[in-house]
Design a protein around this ligand. Structure first.
Ligand SMILES: [Ca+2]
Ligand SMILES: [Ca+2]
Ligand SMILES: [Ca+2]
Length: 431
């Protein structure tokens, strides 16, 4: 009897926390069955098509929809627009004391702080530039779906993606893509009176700027640091609020925007611990992978857990077009905070005390799988740059096949290894 009481207590305690999961009552996601028309309802203010059979319904209030509407046989499924829940994002921290002297291929003055470039515990970035890369590859657009980017930063402004068909600051959607003044990306958090995402994606945290610098800070400009990739354009999409509480519909919209505007890699240094059976985000990743050739790279999360059992999203989605990244430290092992999973986490990359760009021409160290994901995205971009014929699944498989094995990782990661630019490029150039 005592056991039952205890169990009941746990069940009710779980439900209590489950009830705290919040959703946006102004939007729902619906997937129509093939050949079905959208049912009408007086509460629907706008029907927004996402792709294929997937739509967002903009509503007065989700409660005003009668159950018979939501249960309509026209729908394959209906999903609420869930918030991820508040999440403390990595912030600037004290720098690591680095004693090793790296033989540099780069003239950037703070290059010596980039331990993740080294051969022993990093990603063999130095070695790749020294021994393999002898010409610039083609340009690759990487979308950073994050807190935004300081696109005026001295070491980022040259590598920002520019929507050349859009005139800045004239309050007109010059290229007719549905977004006004989207010169470097969009902001899905701040919306105009029509509910459209705005064009000002400037970072008001520092997370997205740090992530962007790891991927692609300008190399060899005698300024700041060097990004992992040499020929990228960073598309900045502000979708993660400063308290980490992003919405599913915003994530989907960001992914679609990035894909339609030419991004081949999307970095997701965000996640949540609940999903309520949601399919729409994962279906979007599959759709942009198959239709636009995009590889989505995501952080495994920072709660020191096995995400094969403690599921976290998007990292725990089973999806060929998603590559999930754990974090390592400069000693070569897994970072104490890193999530892992033999089934759901593909490989590791440096994420502890990674030095990169922060707003207002500053630089600092941050730690998290948030930093490991862009380190891997930088490698992916550089590899793709030298072999643009690689499809997203091919690229993912190549990166996974060319990791540096780390003994203790074999039970924690699909590949049991850390991503390695030198190895990956050798493979990419021999195809
Ligand atoms: Ca536009
Ligand atoms: Ca404009
Ligand atoms: Ca630089």
């Amino acid at each position: 009897m005592k056991l039952i009481v205890t169990l009941l207590f746990f069940i009710s305690a779980f439900n209590l926390s489950a009830n705290e999961i919040r959703f946006n009552n102004k939007r729902i996601i619906v997937k129509l069955k093939e050949g079905q028309a959208m049912p009408s309802h007086h509460s629907i203010k706008k029907v927004q098509h996402l792709f294929k059979q997937l739509y967002v319904l903009h509503l007065e209030d989700v409660k005003s929809l009668k159950t018979d509407f939501l249960d309509s046989p026209a729908f394959e499924y209906v999903e609420r627009d869930f918030y991820s829940g508040r999440n403390k994002l990595p912030q600037a921290e004290r720098e690591l004391e680095i004693n090793e002297k790296m033989a540099g291929e780069f003239n950037d003055p703070k290059f010596g702080k980039l331990w993740h470039f080294n051969d022993k515990t990093g990603m063999s970035v130095n070695r790749a530039y020294k021994e393999v890369i002898n010409a610039k590859g083609s340009e690759v657009i990487v979308a950073v779906v994050d807190t935004g980017v300081d696109y005026t930063h001295e070491d980022l402004k040259e590598v920002m993606w520019v929507n050349t068909k859009e005139i800045a600051g004239n309050n007109i959607d010059d290229d007719g893509n549905g977004y006004v003044d989207d010169v470097h990306g969009i902001n899905t958090i701040s919306r105009d009176s029509n509910g459209n995402a705005t064009g000002n994606m400037k970072d008001t945290h520092s997370h997205g700027t740090h992530v962007s610098g790891i991927i692609g800070a300008t190399q060899n400009n005698n300024v700041g640091i060097a990004g992992v990739a040499s020929n990228v354009r960073i598309m900045g999409i502000r979708t993660v609020p400063n308290n980490g509480d992003e919405l599913d519909v915003d994530v989907i919209e960001s992914f679609l925007y990035a894909a339609k505007n030419g991004a081949k890699i999307i970095n997701c240094s965000f996640g949540k611990a609940h999903n309520e059976g949601g399919m729409a985000v994962s279906e979007t990743i599959k759709h942009i992978g198959e239709t636009y050739g995009v590889l989505v790279i995501a952080a495994s999360g920072n709660s020191s857990q096995n995400i094969d059992s403690r599921l976290t999203y998007p990292a725990s989605f089973e999806n060929d077009h998603l590559m999930v990244i754990a974090s390592t430290s400069n000693r070569g092992g897994m970072s104490y905070f890193s999530n892992y999973g033999k089934k759901n986490v593909d490989l590791a990359a440096p994420g502890s005390s990674v030095y990169s760009t922060t707003p207002n021409n500053r630089y600092s160290s941050m730690s998290g799988t948030s930093m490991a994901s862009p380190a891997a995205a930088g490698v992916a971009a550089e590899v793709l740059s030298h072999n643009p014929a690689l499809g997203p699944v091919e690229l993912k498989n190549l990166l996974m096949d060319s990791t540096t094995k780390v003994g203790r990782f074999s039970s924690k990661l699909v590949t049991g290894g850390r991503i390695n630019l030198y190895n990956a490029l050798q493979q990419a150039l021999n195809r």
